[in-house]
Design a protein around this ligand. Structure first.
Ligand code: F6P
Length: 323
């Protein structure tokens, strides 16, 4: 192995730049070359590939987004698209890949390795924290702190106007962001796909007995919750309790941006470096994560299909602290 190609793919996440930086610097430290593939699989297909040296990743560790850009590629899902990608990989002398992204990006990398035998290491880059094989994904810590900051601000208005605020956060089909943010933000309810009793808990909370002396409330809802998003819930709750003054806020993509937290920078740096070490050690088709503060390797298949669950203890904690 002489040259590693690195790319970011899927939704951007704070810390992706720190991760690419760690890949580049660890590879060069070990006498390897690095090429950056722009826009994930799109750039692999179009041949948009650049040389990366130590200097090209300077002053990046603190920046959100990804300087390599990112995309969700439909063409890479076709054999023709992957053949074009393979031709460009070979033309650029790339003999191993590091893919930073989420589940869809892992799936692309797995198929590509199977078809063309190019070793590929997947690194968990998504704000959703929904990837098996790692306790935390790159970008998650920053995203929950961004959401928390917004909730603290919303709380001021909720308190001043004695209103109920329903705050919708991202997370795709998972409730990691919503649950953590609800606990950290002192919310009165967390609606997440993993808890089917959450809506009943909210209704109970606003019943006469449940309401206590509280004149305002924050309810956090995960975008993937089966009850629907914030706007739907606002209508549902208003229909049951017409006396409540309810507003909803969808935090949206603000959760994806911003300077990565210290935790994310450290996680990204560790994982970027470990991916290069794994390739040097001859690993071919795995993801690298951190579990209980130890580096952990997971076969692509398991990383893609394994289900990471939110903690039942945290669901209970959110409920207890909301009473
Ligand atoms: O996977 C990250 C994520 O931000 C999810 O939380 C969200 O569902 C999705 O991406 C949004 O995707 P897009 O940026 O394409 O709208």
């Amino acid at each position: 192995m002489k040259t590693i190609g690195v790319y970011t793919s899927g939704g951007d996440a704070p810390g992706m730049n720190a991760c690419v930086r760690a890949v580049v610097r660890t590879a060069i430290y070990n006498g390897l070359n690095v090429k950056g593939i722009m826009r994930g699989y799109e750039g692999m297909i179009s041949g948009e590939i650049i040389d990366l040296d130590r200097q090209s990743v300077a002053n990046l560790i603190q920046r959100g987004g990804t300087f390599l850009k990112t995309a969700r590629s439909t063409e890479f899902m076709t054999p023709e698209g992957r053949k074009k990608a393979y031709d460009n990989v070979i033309a650029n002398g790339i003999d191993a890949l590091v893919c930073i992204g989420g589940n869809g990006s892992y799936t692309g990398a797995k198929i590509f390795t199977e078809e063309y035998g190019i070793p590929c290491i997947g690194l968990p880059g998504t704000i959703d924290n929904d990837l098996y094989g790692t306790d935390y994904t790159i970008g998650y810590d920053t995203a929950i702190n961004t959401a928390l900051d917004a909730i603290d601000k919303i709380r001021d208005t909720a308190h001043s106007h004695e209103r109920v605020f329903i705050v919708e956060v991202m997370g795709r089909d998972s409730g990691f962001i919503a649950l953590d943010v609800a606990i950290a933000g002192g919310a009165e309810g967390a609606l997440i796909p993993e808890d089917i009793e959450d809506w009943d808990k909210v209704i109970k909370h606003f019943s006469r007995e449940g309401r206590r002396q509280k004149s305002f409330s924050i309810i956090v809802v995960a975008e993937g919750d089966e009850q629907g998003g914030a706007l739907i819930l606002e209508k549902k709750l208003a229909a049951i309790y017409p006396d409540l003054k309810i507003r909803s806020t969808i935090l949206g993509h603000v959760q994806r941006g911003g300077s990565p937290s210290a935790r994310d920078r450290i996680l990204a740096s560790r994982l970027g470096s470990e991916a290069v070490k794994a390739l040097i050690d001859g690993q071919k088709s795995i993801t690298v994560g951190i579990v209980n503060d130890q580096v952990s390797y997971t076969e692509f298949d398991l990383a893609i299909h394994g289900k990471k669950s939110v903690s039942k203890d945290l669901i209970q904690l959110a409920e207890i602290l909301a009473t």
